[in-house]
Design a protein around this ligand. Structure first.
Ligand code: PAF
Length: 278
């Protein structure tokens, strides 16, 4: 497996003539099955696969969250190697990606950031697009793979790539879940064993409430009532939005591609999930 730590090494390699199609899986490491699925898919659809591992400081609006973010480089490299030893891994330092100031560029997201994670984590998406833009410029992927667990991130990346005419196809990939239904996330590592076992409650509640409710009002009430029975699970938001615009749906029955989004905090760990309603 080829491991690179510097932008100049990657630049040199990517600028040398090649007919390969390149699939990129951008990650912040602490890889789980969800990431490994993205990597396998990139491998199946491209002649060359790149995985980036970089905990991007500019997308964390709380220093504490950044410090606590899990890292496991050796384990990640071995998991990637098991999938395919010919995969290219780019694991730069902060200085390499931000040689001058550690700041995000500011972007206009056409309102896609005015809900959910964008409201709760100011500047988060500016940080995400800043690093994705740097990675795309360097690695020049034909396709880039993102999980639907971070659905708002995915829509914001798609919108940015379309507006900037970025010649990379953004490939959305379905959420991969733990056996109890919990959406896979590197953050799950931060939960105690008990909380992780119980956290299947989030998806179960979403699924049951969607099944039982006809209107948005009923759906919100159902989710709030379920969380009220579980004081260790703080409900940060529950909202139904239309998939493309991320605008809150008005009348559920008339909505175009509605999706339910929930964010919850357990033991101080932020967990997000979403399901399509139609
Ligand atoms: O989804 C993530 O892990 C990150 O937000 C990403 C896309 C790798 C950018 O740092």
């Amino acid at each position: 497996m080829a491991l690179f730590h510097t932008t100049s090494e990657v630049e040199k390699l990517r600028n040398s003539a090649s007919l390969a199609t390149v699939g990129l899986v951008p990650t912040m490491g602490a890889l789980h099955q969800g990431h490994l699925e993205l990597i396998r898919r990139a491998g199946a659809e491209n002649t060359e696969t790149w995985v980036s591992i970089f905990v991007n400081p500019t997308q964390f609006n709380k220093q504490d969250d950044l410090v606590k973010y899990p890292t496991a480089l050796e384990k990640d490299l071995s998991a990637i190697h098991t999938i395919d030893p010919s995969i290219h891994v780019f694991a730069p330092t902060v200085g390499e990606m931000y040689p001058e100031e550690i700041v995000a560029k500011l972007y206009a997201f056409d309102g896609l950031d005015r809900v959910m994670e964008g409201l709760d984590r100011p500047g988060h998406f500016d940080g995400v697009i800043t690093i994705v833009a740097k990675l795309f410029e360097l690695i020049k992927p034909t396709r880039a793979y993102f999980g639907e667990k971070d659905f708002q991130q995915l829509q914001i990346i798609k919108n940015w790539a379309a507006k900037e005419h970025i010649p990379t196809t953004i490939v959305p990939c379905p959420i991969v879940r733990e056996a109890n239904g919990l959406a896979m996330s590197s953050r799950n590592e931060q939960l105690s064993k008990q909380a992780r076992n119980e956290a299947g409650f989030i998806h179960k509640t979403m699924f049951q409430c969607v099944d039982q409710c006809q209107t948005k009002k009923e759906l919100y009430a159902c989710i709030h009532a379920a969380f009220a029975t579980k004081p260790t699970f703080e409900l940060l938001y529950a909202i139904c939005v239309e998939e493309d615009s991320l605008k809150e749906v008005d009348v559920l029955a008339l909505a175009k591609k509605p999706r339910l989004f929930v964010a919850s905090s357990i033991e101080g760990v932020r967990l997000i999930d979403n399901i399509a309603l139609k």
